[in-house]
Ligand binder design. Structure first.
Ligand code: TYD
Ligand code: MG
Length: 451
């Protein structure tokens, strides 16, 4: 096959040069040039438009013949926004061994009942996939297998076989002859993903790409991959525990930040319908340093236990460690606690943790984190059937959070009977069995702990 003409593009500014250099001649940043195929702009855009490049009225575009294809795995469908979309490209990222191949094999087995599913494996041999299928009790699943890593061969097979859904496990193992760089390099990953995306758009085939995650937590290779595809899902969770979360980071076909919860069992991943109970550790009685947070994950509320440990400094420097929570936010909260709550944590190591390997990004966790810290510091326990949410401002005020009612109702369902929440979130109508402690300032929340 004739080599396509290659060029070098800067990952920072997008400028191109014809030969490799250490420094980008356009923006002056070092080590950002990567090999790409020098395609003429026309050929790229034509391919994307699939030939149908006529101007149409938005209202005349028919969407009714594009129904979603449910994967049959309820929690997976939830993160996808209802199922697979024809022509959609989904990137599933996550640490090695977290369960990407397992989930997709299960999904393909279920999709394969009514449609044609093709599983392209570059990572494992067909034997290994068959062994996994055996373990999952899916030996008779109607899934076609292709052990191949060369992009042109994969595209050829897809074009002749015409499956409805294709899994590429993983995009890092695929390479195109057109580029000289090694498989897994930025250039290869980007070009292969772009070509597969074009194929999906042209043919209406859904393509799921497995992507590896670097030590820093980004999908290995380029962030650009996230721009190319329609949906980006991340597998989260602690490989030491059995809980696995699949989170939608970006979704052109549904809500971002939607969350699917699974448990890894002997026979594959099982959806967890009522996940709130998972992230609460089962203390017999109330313990200091623990506080239950009602957080929102996508469309549903989730109760998560936030733990803190405050202990005199061991060593020269005070340590602030946040697991599953934002370390910057922790520093900010400690400053607010000091200034507006009179809580002096200099000279103390502070550790905070969200139980169950869940990652919480929303500021509604502020109040729970602060109360857990104070609770550990003063060794006073918060009633174990109390829940907390609220954002904290730099002036020490407690700000309302969105959808407070739903959070309260979820907690009431699970037997919680007291809630420390922002005054502005106080429900107008009573929630049965729930006592509301509405607070306006951080000090009032701490006073509640002091009793
Ligand atoms: P895998 O899907 O191979 O992970 P990835 O593709 O993300 O690298 O999952 C591998 C892990 O899952 C491995 O540690 C074994 C475990 N596992 C189970 O616990 N139960 C099962 O039924 C299967 C298939 C795997
Ligand atoms: Mg795998």
């Amino acid at each position: 096959m004739a080599k396509a003409k290659t060029a070098y593009a800067c990952t920072e500014c997008g400028g191109t040069t014809s030969k490799w250099q250490g420094q980008c001649p356009n923006c002056g940043v070092w080590n950002t040039l990567v090999e790409t195929i020098a395609a003429t702009p026309a050929s790229r855009f034509q391919a994307l438009a699939g030939g149908a490049n006529v101007v149409r009225a938005l209202s005349s575009v028919d969407t009714s013949d594009n129904p979603r294809v449910p994967t049959g795995i309820e929690e997976f469908d939830r993160v996808l926004g209802g199922g697979l979309v024809p022509g959609g490209v989904i990137l599933l990222g996550g640490d090695p061994g977290i369960g990407k191949s397992t989930l997709l094999l299960q999904a393909m087995a279920s999709v394969g009942v009514l449609r044609r599913a093709l599983y392209v494996t570059g990572e494992e041999s067909a034997d290994q996939i068959a062994l996994r299928a055996q373990r999952l009790g899916l030996v008779n699943a109607a899934v076609e297998l292709l052990a191949e890593v060369q992009l042109e061969a994969i595209v050829g097979a897809i074009r002749t076989q015409r499956p409805d859904v294709v899994v590429i496990d993983s995009i890092q193992t695929v390479y195109t002859e057109a580029l000289e760089s090694a498989p897994g390099s930025v250039a290869q990953v980007r070009e292969c993903a772009a070509q597969l995306t074009r194929l999906a758009k042209q043919t209406g085939i859904t393509i799921l790409l497995v992507g590896h995650v670097t030590k820093e937590g980004a999908i290995a290779g380029p962030r650009v991959l996230e721009h190319i595809v329609d949906t980006v899902l991340y597998f989260e969770g602690d490989t030491h525990s059995s809980f696995r979360l699949v989170r939608a980071i970006k979704n052109r076909f549904g809500a971002a930040n939607e969350l699917g919860v699974f448990a890894m069992t002997e026979r594959g991943l099982k959806g967890v319908a009522n996940p709130s109970a998972l992230f609460l550790s089962q203390h017999g009685k109330a313990v200091p340093g623990s506080c239950v947070l009602a957080t929102l994950e996508g469309s549903r509320p989730l109760l998560v236990e936030v733990q803190a440990l405050v202990d005199p400094v061991q060593g020269a420097l005070a340590r602030r460690v946040a697991v599953g929570l934002d370390p910057q936010r922790l520093a900010l909260l400690l400053a607010v606690l000091h200034r507006h709550g009179g809580v002096e944590t200099a000279g103390q190591d502070v550790f905070v943790n969200a139980v169950g390997g869940v990652r919480i990004g929303e500021p509604a966790a502020d109040l729970a984190i602060s109360m857990a810290i104070y609770s550990s510091f003063k060794n006073i326990a918060l009633d174990s059937k109390s829940l907390v949410f609220g954002e904290i401002g730099l002036a020490g005020e407690i700000r309302p959070v969105q959808r407070g009612q739903e959070r309260l109702r979820e907690a009431a369902k699970l037997g919680f009977h007291r809630a420390v929440i922002p005054a502005a979130n106080k429900p107008k109508q009573r929630i049965d069995g729930m006592e509301i402690v509405a607070v306006e300032r951080i000090n009032e929340a701490l006073d509640h702990l002091r009793g």
